[in-house]
Write a protein that binds this ligand. Structure first.
Ligand SMILES: NC(=O)c1ccc[n+]([C@@H]2O[C@H](COP(=O)([O-])OP(=O)(O)OC[C@H]3O[C@@H](n4cnc5c(N)ncnc54)[C@H](O)[C@@H]3O)[C@@H](O)[C@H]2O)c1
Length: 437
């Protein structure tokens, strides 16, 4: 068998010649790593004007109180109230992380409200009642105490009405409906963050979930992504994450403070689209990695898929948003998330089963059987990415992304993930195409 990706010889991919990977690597373990500001149209009125931004070294645990909580006379006027919109596997872990911090930090109300998409469990009990009685999410995160200050609430309007910090963490396919329900229901001064991996594809082009939230609700939305398999963080194993913010560093610091624990280290970068696209696209790479596992092709092949995938992630992101920074791909949201998802995530696991079954059982079937209500993101993201690629005439620039979708829908067998394509690329990115003929 000959391998499929001649387009990707590292010396031949010439879309972006301005790589600054090494020089722009952030200092590892530096919580004060902030990128120089780049010009980007703000999607909202910043809470504090740029000239009032604090120096990074002032980002002590109490500094960011000033974001929302100081009046003109310098007196504390309010504490931030946090609501988590979503209560799946990651949503529950996010609530646990946040709840441990709101108890410790004066600038937050202790209580963390968590909106629950109500379900009746096999026992006949409502999920919300069980969470509030046992302090555990019996369905999506059994065996883990969330913190007594986490209050489950099945009423979306009620859950968000007092919050001035909203954490969105549901499967991305539900977000459009949730946003529609929330129009006019959230406070004017609310800040949002999205932990959601995925995007919406509309007639006018792809729409990132943070953008959907910003546009529909008229609020600013940051993102948090990273190498974060929820079940590992739930038992407090060390990991890192990346906050992507638009133009207000103090708000980024507020989010960092809300999520950081000794076992969860959060770094802010000023690149919302880059961070969010990393989190979204790596699920497509994970599906490819799962095919490789299902075909028992070994570690070298999987490493090749991960490298090629990361390269397509960067190229796709930069084609969509020229502001996306190369250095973002070296943060936790980038290479680290690709690695963890391709080794251990649910997308990889279900794609492995798909390939072992020779593509004969659908992803829907396998998802229902293997994930007990949890949702796959990679298959729908692959479809969404494919729509963007075909709409823009980029299919042949992204053979890995395109092939993943074609396998998912049964147009190609799983083995196509590493098969050499006899078709000549319509659009060649090669410096020397003759090398690959
Ligand atoms: N689980 C992880 O390890 C992990 C890690 C990082 C990011 N994420 C991302 O977090 C987001 C949420 O994932 P999760 O793991 O918390 O969820 P999940 O897949 O564990 O659970 C699915 C959730 O969707 C809810 N739901 C079902 N039908 C719904 C509907 N019609 N409307 C609204 N909600 C509905 C369920 O109640 C449940 O809370 C996803 O974008 C995912 O990619 C997950």
């Amino acid at each position: 068998m000959r391998f499929h990706f001649p387009l990707y010889s590292s010396s031949s991919f010439s879309l972006f010649s301005d790589f600054t990977f090494i020089s722009s690597l952030p200092l590892i373990f530096s919580s004060s790593h902030f990128s120089p500001f780049i010009s980007m149209a703000p999607a909202f009125e910043p809470l504090s004007p740029p000239h009032q931004e604090a120096e990074p070294q002032t980002a002590t645990p109490h500094h960011a109180d000033t974001v929302n909580n100081f009046g003109n006379d310098g007196q504390v006027v309010s504490k931030s109230k946090v609501t988590v919109v979503g209560s799946g596997n990651w949503g529950s872990v996010a609530a646990k992380l946040i709840a441990s911090n709101t108890l410790k930090l004066n600038s937050f109300h202790d209580e963390v409200r968590m909106w629950v998409f109500e379900e009746t469990l096999q026992t006949g009990e409502k999920l919300t009642d069980v969470i509030n009685k046992t302090n555990e999410n019996a369905k999506y995160l059994p065996g883990i105490k969330l913190g007594k200050n986490v209050i489950a609430d099945p009423d979306l309007d009620n859950a968000v009405k007092d919050a001035n910090m909203l954490v969105f963490v549901t499967p991305h396919q539900f977000m459009e409906g949730i946003c529609k329900r929330l129009v006019g229901k959230v406070r004017g001064d609310v800040e949002a963050i999205s932990l959601i991996k995925g995007m919406e594809v509309k007639m006018e082009g792809p729409c990132m979930i943070s953008n959907l939230i910003s546009e529909q609700l008229g609020i600013n939305c940051s993102v948090l992504m990273g190498a974060n398999i929820a079940n590992e963080i739930a038992v407090e194993k060390f990991s890192e994450a990346t906050v992507g913010y638009r133009d207000n560093r103090e708000i980024a610091e507020q989010w960092v403070k809300l999520f950081s624990t000794p076992y969860f280290m959060v770094t802010p970068v000023q690149d919302v689209e880059g961070v969010e696209l990393c989190g979204t696209l790596k699920n497509v790479v994970a599906i490819a990695a799962g095919f490789v596992d299902g075909l028992e092709m070994g570690n070298n092949t999987k490493a090749a898929i991960m490298r090629i995938g990361l390269r397509e992630m960067r190229a796709f992101s930069k084609l969509l948003f020229s502001s996306v920074r190369d250095s973002t791909f070296f943060e936790s949201c980038g290479v680290a998330d690709v690695i963890t998802t391709c080794l251990g995530g649910r997308n990889r696991k279900v794609a492995e089963a798909f390939a072992r079954n020779g593509g004969k059982r659908s992803f829907d079937d396998l998802e229902a059987e293997m994930l007990q209500g949890q949702k796959l993101q990679g298959v729908s993201t692959a479809r969404e990415v494919y729509e963007v690629l075909s709409h823009r005439g980029w299919l042949e620039l992204f053979p890995l992304f395109a092939t993943v979708h074609e396998i998912c829908v049964g147009r190609l067998p799983p083995s196509a993930i590493v098969e050499y394509s006899e078709k000549k690329p319509r659009l060649s990115l090669l410096e020397d195409p003759a090398c690959y003929q």
